[in-house]
Design a protein around this ligand. Structure first.
Ligand SMILES: Cc1cc2nc3c(=O)[nH]c(=O)nc-3n(C[C@H](O)[C@H](O)[C@H](O)COP(=O)(O)O)c2cc1C
Length: 206
């Protein structure tokens, strides 16, 4: 499957076939593949909360505007922004040194640069959201490649989700992704309009 074919096959699935299970191993494989997504300075400002049991999916549905597809799906994954992502700097620096990007002498400087963003909480938040959404798209594409379908969902109450699942203050959910097989009884309507490059794109100046 090419990337273009995966993009064409991906749809926001409105209803899933009930009773289809997905294993933790399958989810972990998809997560690890999606972790090839880029992030600023490779600091990977994301974590994941996955609901796989009926009980946990029902809890997630209760904080997601009661959208039924959450409990119909085989799993629902919350993409979580990690505001402590600058703390990844030392591990990323070590990896960069091991990969020959720079020498040990530049480790401290790299960490100083990577952690400077902490002085600006809004920038931390924006960066966490920016890169976590790139991760989310990568996840939906690798899921399609593996024969799963997904649905991105912003229809949830972040504070309620954080409370229900015990997220620490340094974490907040940015997107839910349902995963499963489409309900064969529901006909998927044609994909909605996409505006074209001619309508959207400005070359050079605005
Ligand atoms: C950030 C975001 C939030 C969304 N939230 C919801 C949601 O809460 N419930 C829902 O049914 N669909 C949701 N969607 C799905 C969109 O409605 C859908 O992606 C869009 O209509 C385009 O359809 P397609 O994905 O099938 O091409 C969301 C999509 C995105 C990207």
């Amino acid at each position: 499957m090419t990337v273009t074919e995966a993009l064409q096959a991906r749809r926001a699935i409105p209803s899933f076939e009930k009773g289809v299970s997905i294993t933790r191993e399958e989810i972990d494989t998809l997560i690890n593949r999606a972790c090839l997504a880029p992030s600023s300075m490779n600091l990977q400002p994301w974590d994941f909360l996955v609901c796989i049991t009926d009980e946990d999916k029902a809890r997630m549905q209760s904080v997601a505007m009661n959208q039924k597809k959450v409990s119909e799906a085989s799993a629902v994954l919350a993409v979580i922004c990690n505001l402590d992502f600058p703390d990844h700097a030392a591990a990323v620096a070590d990896s960069n040194i091991a990969n020959g990007y720079f020498g040990e002498d530049r480790k401290a400087g790299f960490i100083t640069n990577a952690t400077a963003i902490k002085a600006n909480p809004q920038a931390v938040r924006e960066e966490a959201i920016r890169s976590s959404n790139l991760w989310a798209m990568a996840f939906m594409l690798v899921a399609i490649e593996a024969g799963w379908h997904t649905g991105p969902m912003g229809g949830f109450v972040a504070e309620d989700l954080s409370k229900e699942f015990g997220l620490p203050p340094s974490r907040f959910p940015v997107l839910l992704i349902t995963i499963g097989r489409p309900n064969p009884e529901i006909k998927l309507l044609p994909r909605g309009i996409r505006f074209s490059s001619a309508e959207l794109t400005h070359y050079g100046n605005w």
